[in-house]
Design a protein around this ligand. Structure first.
Ligand SMILES: CC(C)(COP(=O)(O)OP(=O)(O)OC[C@H]1O[C@@H](n2cnc3c(N)ncnc32)[C@H](O)[C@@H]1OP(=O)(O)O)[C@@H](O)C(=O)NCCC(=O)NCCS
Length: 184
């Protein structure tokens, strides 16, 4: 997929074998100056992707002139209510290298990741991230749903999007992330 985002031209593609180091480095650089970050997001990505690849649903790389400049990861999660559990996807982390931020790369990655997840038949995507960014893609505040996350986070940064209309009708419970997601 080619996205014209001003200059340079960005190409978004699936992660391939051999991309591990580039992805880790993009994630580390993206979060280096983020005040609320623990600067260990790249370790989480390595843990989730390399520890058990089956936890990954979508992992996309954004490249400019064949250099990795952005990455997004969607991992499998479930919304658990007693014995019932409904599959969902957790979007995290989302990373754009500092020199290319604010030029549409992050938005292109979110759109491409959600489109891919929809094409793969997934029902919904959850993100605990930043305020005022995710609504433009169709995410709604998580507080619209009777769904909780297993840690404290400001309501303004918690978002959920149905990929299939009605997918979250009658769904309630607590999100359970892939093993390794929370251990950092
Ligand atoms: C957040 C991030 C992925 C956005 O990607 P990007 O390519 O810079 O963003 P885009 O150019 O597609 O979109 C720009 C919009 O994002 C908003 N944005 C960027 N960082 C933001 C933040 N920390 N909080 C809220 N909004 C933010 C910008 O204000 C801009 O909004 P506008 O279009 O209303 O002016 C990128 O800036 C990044 O990697 N930041 C550091 C890591 C991080 O904080 N990740 C959190 C993701 S949950």
């Amino acid at each position: 997929v080619k996205h014209g985002v001003g200059s340079p031209l960005i190409c978004i593609r699936d992660e391939r074998r051999g991309d591990e180091f580039a992805i880790s480095s993009v994630v580390q650089r993206a979060y280096a100056d983020v005040a609320y970050s623990d600067h260990r997001e790249h370790q989480m990505v390595d843990r989730l992707r390399l520890g058990n690849p089956s936890h990954t649903a979508v992992s996309l790389l954004a490249e400019a002139q064949s250099h990795a400049v952005g990455h997004v990861l969607l991992t499998h999660a479930v919304i658990r209510d007693g014995p019932k559990s409904v599959p969902t996807l957790a979007l995290a982390p989302l990373s754009v290298v500092p020199e290319l931020q604010d030029r549409g790369v992050g938005s292109a990655l979110v759109r491409a990741a959600c489109a891919k997840a929809t094409a793969l038949g997934h029902s919904s995507v959850l993100v605990v991230g930043i305020p005022r960014f995710y609504d433009r893609f169709g995410f709604k505040p998580l507080s619209c749903y009777p769904i909780t996350i297993p840690f404290a986070a400001p309501a303004a940064i918690c978002w959920m999007m149905e990929l299939k209309p009605g997918a979250l009708d009658d769904v309630r419970g607590q999100v359970q992330y892939a093993p390794g997601w929370l251990d950092h």
